[in-house]
Ligand binder design. Structure first.
Ligand SMILES: *[C@@H]1O[C@H](CO)[C@@H](O)[C@H](O)[C@H]1NC(C)=O
Ligand SMILES: *[C@@H]1O[C@H](CO)[C@@H](O)[C@H](O)[C@H]1NC(C)=O
Ligand SMILES: *[C@@H]1O[C@H](CO)[C@@H](O)[C@H](O)[C@H]1NC(C)=O
Length: 208
C-alpha cells in the first residue's frame, strides 16, 4: 500500500511549471525541492455540487482554520464541530476515493490526481484517516485493521474535537493546495453508487 502510494506520488509529478525542471533532476533531489514530510491542513468541508451522493454518510461539520497555516499546524490540531451521520454500517465493502485538482496557471486542473482505495470503505478510512476514526468515531484504527472492520451506523457528535489528519502511511507528498473531492462508492465500475461526497481544499504544508 505504502509503496503504491509513494509510487503514485512520484508518478503524479508537480504542476506543469515545476514539472519540466524537476524531471532533469534526480528523483531524490526533486523530492527535496518540491515534496517531503508534510502536514495535511483541511479547508472548510462543503457538499459536492452535483448532488450525486445518496449521503448515507454525511459530514455536517465545521473545521477550524489556523490563523497561520504553515506555522500553527506544526503544533495545533484543527477542531471539528458538528456531526457525522452514518446511516449504514461501513464494512470491507466498497471503496474510498480522492479526486484532487491542483492549482496551476490560475486555474484548477480537474481530477489531476485520482486515488482509489479499493480495500473497503472501513479499512480505507482507518488507514488514511486514522485520527478522524479515533476522535470522531471513537474507534481504534489499528484494531479495526486487525479485525473485521466495521464503523457502526450512528450520529457522531463533535464539539471542538481536535482531529489529527496526518496520514502515517503517506510520509511524503508534494507541497501545494489540492482541491479535493472525497467520497465513498458502494457500487461497481459500471454502476457506481456514491454514498458520501464532500469537497475540501487540502494544503500540504512542510512539516518542520
Ligand atoms: C438531489 O437528488 C435527490 C434525489 O436523488 C432529490 O430528491 C433532490 O431534490 C436533489 N437536490 C437538488 C438540490 O437537486
Ligand atoms: C499528529 O500525528 C502525527 C503522527 O502521529 C504526530 O507526529 C504529530 O505530532 C501530531 N500532530 C499534533 C499537532 O499533535
Ligand atoms: C447534524 O447537523 C445538521 C446540520 O448542522 C443538523 O441539522 C442536525 O440537527 C444535526 N443532528 C444532530 C443529531 O445533532
Amino acid at each position: 500500500m505504502l509503496r503504491a502510494l509513494l509510487l503514485a506520488v512520484l508518478l503524479w509529478g508537480g504542476p506543469p511549471g515545476r514539472r519540466q525542471g524537476s524531471y532533469s533532476a534526480s528523483a531524490a533531489k526533486w523530492i527535496n525541492s518540491f515534496a517531503g514530510p508534510f502536514i495535511p491542513v483541511m479547508g472548510p468541508f462543503t457538499d459536492c455540487l452535483d448532488n450525486k451522493s445518496e449521503d448515507l454518510v454525511k459530514l455536517n461539520v465545521k473545521v477550524s482554520q489556523h490563523r497561520n497555516r504553515q506555522i500553527d499546524s506544526q503544533t495545533q490540531l484543527q477542531k471539528i464541530t458538528g456531526n457525522v451521520t452514518v446511516a449504514m454500517p461501513l464494512t470491507n465493502k466498497g471503496w474510498m476515493y480522492l479526486k484532487a485538482a491542483s492549482r496551476s496557471n490560475n486555474q484548477w486542473k480537474d481530477n489531476a490526481h485520482i486515488l482509489k482505495f479499493t480495500n473497503g470503505m472501513c479499512r480505507a478510512t482507518a488507514e488514511n484517516m486514522p485520527g478522524f476514526v479515533r476522535s470522531i468515531y471513537k474507534l481504534d484504527p489499528e484494531k479495526l485493521l486487525k479485525s473485521p472492520c466495521v464503523i457502526p451506523p450512528g450520529v457522531y457528535l463533535a464539539d471542538e474535537t481536535p482531529v489529527n489528519f496526518t496520514v502515517p502511511r503517506l510520509p511524503i507528498f508534494q507541497y501545494g493546495t489540492w482541491r479535493t473531492e472525497i467520497g465513498y462508492n458502494l457500487g461497481t465500475e459500471a454502476k457506481p453508487r456514491n454514498i458520501m461526497c464532500f469537497m475540501t481544499d487540502i494544503y500540504t504544508v512542510p512539516k518542520l
